[in-house]
Design a protein around this ligand. Structure first.
Ligand code: ATP
Length: 262
């Protein structure tokens, strides 16, 4: 683990009452990496992402984004972009107004903001629609607008929650291409999704969360390659195995099963 990794957690834990949504999570993501964050429903993915984006405070443990503690919202927030599953965009605004509004919240100087917005609209092929109301946009156009607003201040780390869900194949492809492009420019991407082919295509490294714990971590190749037999399995098979509810697996999930870990 590099000390200056753009995302780093140390025994990160979030409790709600007696229940731990995220337990003792320790991992890091290196600069320019796409980290695919997987886990069944209720595993703690959103809670982890909310802690990393300063929307909820850890109960214990620590996390750093771009070297700043997530407990210090003001220090962290300028370094990160966040595309939540249900992005906050206002239907009554035009795309450009929405982006100018977000750039204002980010305190970007006006001329710099307009230039950056113009550049991103062109790149996302939305320039011709920028002055139409968002209420007239397709789901794919809304998602592209939401992605631009996460990128408008040129963050170091981009957090994406189910970025392609509900999109038609063409719009989903556009979003995947954009993730590849920002990674190529050195941005670090934390990608939470249920869609395994998206992870297989994009992720340099994968972490699988189950019941709040990291139960597997590694490159997609290292997770799917069975060292002992030389056989290959699919990421789906690995996912199902490490997140199995079978009682005989419960004990092994306590002590980080090394078969797939790291
Ligand atoms: N505000 C909250 N209060 C109480 N419990 C919560 C709260 N937020 C999340 N939880 C619980 O924490 C656990 C993890 O939830 P979380 O939403 O982080 O999972 P997830 O992996 O994102 O699931 P999904 O894939 O279904 O979105 C769940 O048991 C959930 O009920």
């Amino acid at each position: 683990m590099t000390p200056d990794a753009p995302i780093r957690t140390e025994s990160l834990t979030k409790r709600y009452g007696d229940d731990a949504a995220v337990r003792d999570l320790t991992f890091s993501v290196e600069r320019g990496e796409v980290f695919g964050f997987l886990g069944p429903n209720g595993a703690g993915k959103t809670t982890t992402m909310q802690m990393l984006t300063t929307l909820t405070r850890p109960t214990s443990g620590e996390a750093w984004v771009a070297g700043e503690s997530v407990r210090d919202r003001d220090a962290v927030v300028g370094h990160l972009g966040y595309l939540p599953e249900e992005p906050p965009i206002h239907d009554e605004l035009t795309g450009r107004e929405q982006l100018e509004y977000v750039a204002g919240l980010r305190d970007l100087p006006e001329t710099e903001a307009s230039e950056r917005i113009r550049e991103l609209l062109a790149r996302f092929d939305l320039a011709g629609d920028a002055d139409d109301r968002i209420s007239t946009y397709s789901k794919g156009m809304k998602q592209k607008t939401a992605l631009i607003q996460a990128l408008v201040h040129d963050p170091d780390v981009l957090f994406l929650d189910e970025p392609t869900s509900g999109l038609d194949p063409r719009a989903a492809r556009t979003v995947r291409n954009l993730v590849s492009e920002v990674r190529a420019e050195g941005m670090t991407v934390f990608l939470s999704t249920h869609i395994l082919p998206v992870v297989e295509e994009l992720a340099d490294r994968v972490g699988v969360l189950h019941e709040g714990r990291l139960v597997a971590e590694g490159s997609p190749e290292s997770l799917t390659h069975r060292a002992e037999s030389g056989e290959e399995s699919t990421l789906e098979e690995v996912f199902l195995e490490v997140t199995s509810e079978r009682p005989e697996d419960a004990a092994s999930s306590e002590d980080e099963p090394s078969e797939f870990a790291r």
